[in-house]
Design a binder for this molecule. Structure first.
Ligand SMILES: Cc1cc2nc3c(=O)[nH]c(=O)nc-3n(C[C@H](O)[C@H](O)[C@H](O)COP(=O)(O)OP(=O)(O)OC[C@H]3O[C@@H](n4cnc5c(N)ncnc54)[C@H](O)[C@@H]3O)c2cc1C
Length: 287
């Protein structure tokens, strides 16, 4: 096995151009598990954890928050970045253990594209874009176009995920991320839900995880919330109906982690809870 350890983005792209089939290795918290279990035997690896450009995040001139693919969960949970993307910070807090959060990256979560990936419902709710680059140049895809199925993406051979791009939270926005698993910590989601409340636009956005082949939006629930949230008083007139619409948008399956029925029920409860919490936070902030 050959291993390239570039320290610059252009060198990483050159390494991938000369061997497009090489596996990209970031924190290794997914890839090395597969290698150790014999699920993958990569002949060539491009390790990108030393590429400084991938570890950076920035607010761009047009207001877009650009988060490098090599930003870790620990980075997402801290300081100004956590304030600009509170839903991602909440999702990051639920991931694995401190060791996994120190090593695991947002780019790796996208690269694996597990239906249970914790950042993915938040990115879906925020209509995030994935930025990719190769020797042929950069391109951007919506999350919807990037994740094509369970553990399947539109990433081409020789491409690197370089960043994810999203709108930062506005002053009164709330972003909730809720997850159900078989225990409180170190657990893969059985169902998860991101609820973003944007009072200025009178909008609620919902992303769901582990209840479909890829992250899903709950469009009917979002439209219902637009009409049924009392934006002045910070109240919802019938949150159970919102939960019902969230559950109705799920496409869950039975597997070793849960039943289809429980997943659907759980995501409805999480959606309802996320909306009530988000709207209540608006009222509390106004008091
Ligand atoms: C004990 C344990 C607990 C975990 N708990 C959770 C959890 O609670 N929630 C959760 O969502 N996940 C969890 N995971 C899974 C894992 O930590 C995350 O998916 C993490 O984000 C993977 O990031 P990484 O940097 O380690 O990726 P890697 O393992 O390095 O890579 C993962 C995949 O993405 C590709 N890839 C990585 N970076 C790039 C890039 N820049 N460009 C192109 N492709 C790339 C790799 O080729 C590989 O296919 C857990 C894993 C372990 C071992």
């Amino acid at each position: 096995m050959t291993v390239a350890c570039p320290t610059r983005l252009d060198a990483a792209l050159d390494a991938l151009a000369s061997d497009p089939g090489a596996h990209v290795l970031a924190g290794g918290t997914d890839l090395m598990v597969e290698v150790n279990h014999g699920g993958r035997r990569p002949a060539a690896v491009v390790a990108v954890s030393r590429v400084a450009e991938l570890r950076e995040w920035a607010l761009e001139d047009d207001g877009t928050l650009r988060i490098g693919a090599g930003v870790t969960y620990t980075d997402l949970m801290q300081g100004r970045l956590a304030a600009l993307a509170p839903g991602l910070a909440e999702a990051a807090r639920t991931v694995g253990s401190p060791q996994i959060r120190n090593a695991g990256t947002i780019g790796g979560n996208l690269g694996t594209a597990s239906p249970a990936g914790d950042t993915l419902p938040v990115l879906a709710a925020l209509d995030a874009e994935v930025e990719l680059a190769s020797a042929a140049g950069p391109r951007r895809l919506s999350i919807e176009d990037f994740i094509t199925g369970p553990k399947r993406t539109a990433r081409r051979e020789g491409e690197l995920i370089t960043a994810v791009r999203l709108a930062p939270a506005a002053a009164r926005d709330t972003q909730e991320y809720l997850k159900v698993g078989t225990r409180n910590a170190m657990v893969i989601a059985v169902a998860s839900c991101a609820v973003v409340v944007q009072p200025a636009a009178r909008r609620v956005r919902v992303g769901m995880g582990s209840v479909g082949p890829r992250p899903l939006r709950a469009n009917d629930a979002e439209a219902w919330a637009h009409e049924h949230v009392d934006w002045e008083r910070g109240e919802v007139d019938d949150p159970d109906e919102f939960g019902r619409l969230v559950a109705a948008a799920a496409l869950p399956i039975d597997d070793h982690r849960s039943t289809e029925a429980y997943r659907r029920h759980a995501v409805g409860v999480l959606g309802r809870r996320g909306l009530v919490r988000g709207v209540r936070a608006l009222r509390d902030a106004a008091a």
